[in-house]
Design a protein around this ligand. Structure first.
Ligand code: SPV
Ligand code: MN
Length: 619
């Protein structure tokens, strides 16, 4: 231990030693020797360490203080604005086959490569050693994690996003059974990672370690977020519980009843805004662990904060988060615009924005062009805010409950302009997992990738993070549901239907109506119409809920336009997804194809009787 003792003060050393964990000491020793930081700071759960990290971020310039008390802004470089899918790989040992949809690399080659980048990477810097707990502390759901990073911003973000776990770490004993993350931002220039072409996120599933380098963007660096999610997906596969890319929220029903839902939506499909619906309660907005208990699915939020997209966040559509972002208290903004008065602006904020300032691409002024002559927008479209969950005035009372909450419904939310009805309930758990979850697609929007309207497949919104073949993941979900006496109902939603003229058929807050309908369904308090694709709401019920929740008149014409069963489009979707799975094999895939055939047959039968587009009143 001599070596490491020289790099840290007595207090830090004492904190490490008190854990009585050889694997922790070995790990820290290994990366101190390799990365060669000037100093090492070990954090426990104290307020003192929290403050230290927060202050370091500002001292080092990784975050800049803003006009509002507690607010800071961080910039990732112009080329480091999102998860790097191409360079995120599983390091696989000989004989391991994770299927063709996963990105893999030979273990030794990848290990050597990333450790080559780690060598001396922390010279001139301080290393932070952190301990956290995923899921509520000291519960069946808890997973212990250790993070090493040379970025105070990453460490600070983790304080807002996760439950500190130093004390819990003491209770796990001298074990290797915890997740480990090593991150170095690499060489910095203007405080952003300079060598992004050497950005790597490599995952070792056998040892539960993730290596990340030459990047700062939180999705690549904050080990506890998507990196831990991959490890947890792998861990739970043999343990009869689920790790899902799902929010967890409470929906208030009649007479004080509350029903909890967990929902998976790909990016830009309304996940966070559903989780934060005014009048309902939020437990988490991104990742859930779900375990069986008394025949029910019991869920917790893995995290303790929100790393949310700050685009189109405005007072009218997102009143809850708007208030947090506009009042004092700890907020880390990233990759938006800061003006000379230290005020910040983002895309779609609905108020006047500054004409110049500093953003993710450096000095900015209105009309700025990039090297290709394209406009540089005032903020990045994947810009983010980081806040603690309990800052939200609708945080649920059970967010820290070690037992979690019982889930009444799973929601799978896609984005299409012409195919799926706004809300439908599956015929069974398996039907829902297969036909809403495993077929999930989202259309690209003008604001995201190149072409608009390109449908992107993303089963259960988890494709980017899967740690083993698709068949096994689907099977794991089916088995989990089959083992419950009271499995969640499963719903499919689509907030993005458009008219022929290209106008959205629903308002942003209409999702508040759909969740109320789902709440009634879970409690057997609403009838439904059976269609080939699932059960859809009755007009009378929606009319009532629209009036109650939004004070809006809901017309029969709106209902018909929204809930028409569009047979050719629905069959085209089945055909698309058949192609996606054509190269996959296994029992769950077979079941999926059986379900495709059955659904197609139901659709064709209806089509032969009633035509291509069928009004819900005609079914
Ligand atoms: C997502 O992209 O699903 C996110 C943000 O929640 S990231 O941390 O980049 O994964
Ligand atoms: Mn996510």
């Amino acid at each position: 231990m001599n070596n490491i003792e020289q790099k840290m003060d007595e207090k830090s050393f004492a904190k490490l030693k008190s854990l009585n964990n050889d694997a922790v000491i070995d790990f820290v020793t290994k990366y101190i020797e390799l990365c060669d930081p000037d100093t090492v700071y070990v954090c426990d759960d104290s307020e003192e360490d929290r403050t230290y990290i927060k202050n370091r971020s500002v001292e080092l310039g990784e975050e800049i203080k803003l006009a509002t008390e507690g607010h800071t802004i961080h910039f990732d470089g112009p080329k480091d604005q999102a998860r790097d899918k191409a360079n995120t790989k599983y390091l696989v040992r000989e004989g391991v086959d994770l299927g063709e949809k996963l990105n893999t690399k030979d273990y030794q080659t990848g290990y050597d490569e990333v450790h080559g980048f780690f060598k001396d990477s922390m010279k001139g810097k301080q290393m932070y050693v952190r301990f956290f707990c995923l899921g509520p502390i000291k519960s069946d759901f808890s997973l212990s994690c250790m993070q090493i990073t040379d970025s105070a911003y990453v460490a600070h973000s983790e304080d807002l996003l996760y439950r500190s776990g130093y004390e819990q770490f003491k209770s796990i004993g001298n074990t290797k059974d915890f997740f480990r993350f090593v991150h170095t931002a690499g060489q910095l220039e203007n405080n952003v990672s300079k060598n992004v072409e050497n950005r790597r996120v490599f995952i070792d599933l056998d040892d539960n370690i993730v290596y990340s380098t030459n990047t700062q963007y939180a999705g690549n660096t904050v080990g506890l977020k998507k990196l831990a999610m991959r490890l947890a997906i792998n861990k739970c596969k043999d343990e009869n519980w689920l790790t899902e890319h799902m929010f967890v929220m409470g929906v208030n029903g009649p007479e004080g009843r509350k029903t909890y839902f967990a929902g998976a939506f790909p990016s830009a499909c309304g996940k966070t805004s559903t989780a934060m619906l005014p009048g309902e309660t939020i437990i988490g907005d991104d990742i859930a662990y779900i375990r069986p208990r008394n025949g029910q699915a019991q869920a917790v939020n893995v995290e303790n904060g929100i790393f949310g997209i700050i685009r189109d966040v405005n007072k009218e559509d997102d009143p809850i988060i708007w208030d947090v972002l506009n009042s004092s208290g700890e907020v880390i903004f990233s990759n938006i615009l800061k003006d000379e008065n230290d005020k910040v602006y983002w895309l779609g904020m609905g108020t006047e924005t500054a004409d110049k300032g500093i953003n993710y691409a450096g000095e900015w002024e209105k009309g700025k062009k990039d090297a290709n002559g394209n406009d540089v927008s005032l903020a990045h479209k994947n810009a983010r805010y980081t806040v603690e969950l309990d800052r939200l005035n609708n945080a649920d009372e059970n967010t820290q409950d070690p037992e979690g909450v019982s889930i009444g419904g799973f929601i799978y939310g896609g984005r299409d302009s012409d195919t799926s009805v706004p809300v439908a309930e599956s015929f069974s758990f398996a039907h829902g997992v297969l036909m809403y979850g495993a077929t999930l697609e989202s259309e690209t929007t003008a604001a995201t990738l190149g072409a608009e309207g390109v449908r992107t497949f993303n089963l259960m919104s988890i494709l980017d993070f899967l740690a083993y073949p698709l068949n096994n993941y689907i099977q794991h979900n089916l088995d989990f549901g089959a083992g419950l006496s009271n499995a969640p109902r499963v719903f499919g939603v689509n907030y993005f239907l458009k008219s022929k003229e290209g106008k959205y058929l629903n308002g942003m807050l209409d999702k508040g109506v759909w969740v109320k309908w789902m709440e009634l369904r879970v409690n057997d308090e609403a009838e439904a119409i059976t269609t080939p694709v699932g059960k859809i709401p009755l007009y009378e019920d929606l009319k009532k809920i629209f009036s109650q929740v939004l004070g809006k008149e809901y017309t029969e014409d709106q209902y018909v336009e929204q809930f028409t069963i569009r047979v050719p489009e629905l069959i085209a979707k089945i055909d698309r997804i058949r192609k996606v799975y054509a190269s996959e094999s296994g029992e769950a895939i077979k079941q999926l194809f059986t379900e495709f055939d059955a659904q197609e047959a139901r659709l064709k039968e209806l089509q032969s009787e009633k035509g291509d587009h069928i009004s819900p009143f005609d079914i």
